[in-house]
Design a protein around this ligand. Structure first.
Ligand code: GLP
Length: 243
């Protein structure tokens, strides 16, 4: 089942996405949320913070697992995804710090850290609602275009396109890490529900390739066509090329 919601603008996309996350938290207060970073989810997080501050949404029993993290960045680095999650969500809601999980980008042994991350997801019983964005090249998390769909959390070499896209957030392109850790497709595909959020016309071609084309690891998000419960919430310009 794919349910598509087309919003007029970023505000509408953020609100609808926040409503879907809030429904999950309301129906299952101890749910496991899979969460993304990037510019797309910021408005959704702001809305969730607002409802939490108003006393309408309780995160005290919610657990979270983030999709990915740069290799080599300390959690205190302002471009690490742990830092992003603290400043855009966790520091402003009543979630317990020990309930939040982000891959350990600064681990001495990244492969062992990936293995530990899969153990964490498994021990939590898997993900109830996985929220994802999409990269311009169709990546999900940091699953870059490739010849296979890796199942487990793994270390990836970022593509030049992703380094370019993300360099806007760093002082210079040279500072963008060249590697990242990302959940593989298994926990994403095993999540009970997946919510993809997309904003802006620069994502329209990626959305089209992912959902109007073949399922191929060259467009990692295309595997979501096989998910039994997928919601796509996007701005109308992002969805414009969807056939
Ligand atoms: C980043 C993240 C992805 C994110 C994507 C889009 O590289 N690893 O998880 O979905 O790029 O980011 P944005 O929302 O800023 O366009």
């Amino acid at each position: 089942m794919i349910k598509i919601y087309c919003a007029d603008d970023y505000k509408g996309m953020s609100r609808k996405a926040a409503e879907i996350v809030a429904s999950e938290v309301t129906l299952k207060p101890d749910c496991v949320l899979g969460l993304p970073t990037g510019s797309t989810p910021v408005g959704m997080y702001q809305q969730l913070i607002e409802w939490n501050k108003a006393g309408d949404l309780d995160f005290s029993e919610v657990k979270t697992c983030n999709l990915d993290e740069y290799v080599g960045l300390d959690p205190t680095h302002d471009q690490s995804y742990r830092y992003f999650m603290q400043s855009n969500l966790f520091d402003h809601i009543n979630i317990k710090p020990e309930h939040t999980h982000v891959p350990e980008g600064n681990a001495a042994d990244p492969d062992a850290a990936c293995k530990r991350y899969d153990d964490i997801i498994r021990d939590l019983g898997g993900i109830d609602l996985q929220v994802v964005g999409i990269g311009r090249n169709g990546h999900v998390g940091f699953n870059e275009p490739s010849t296979s769909f890796p199942a487990d959390t793994h270390v990836v070499d970022l593509t030049e396109d992703t380094i370019d896209a993300n360099s806007r957030l760093f002082a210079s392109r040279d500072e963008v890490p060249k590697r990242a850790m990302t959940m593989g497709v298994r926990p994403i595909m095993q999540a009970k529900r997946v919510l993809m959020i997309v904003n802006g016309e620069n994502k329209a071609a990626a959305v089209k390739a992912a959902f109007s084309g073949p399922i191929t690891p060259e467009v990692p998000a295309s595997i979501l066509q096989l998910h039994p419960c997928l919601y796509i919430v996007g701005t109308k310009d992002a969805m414009a090329q969807l056939g």
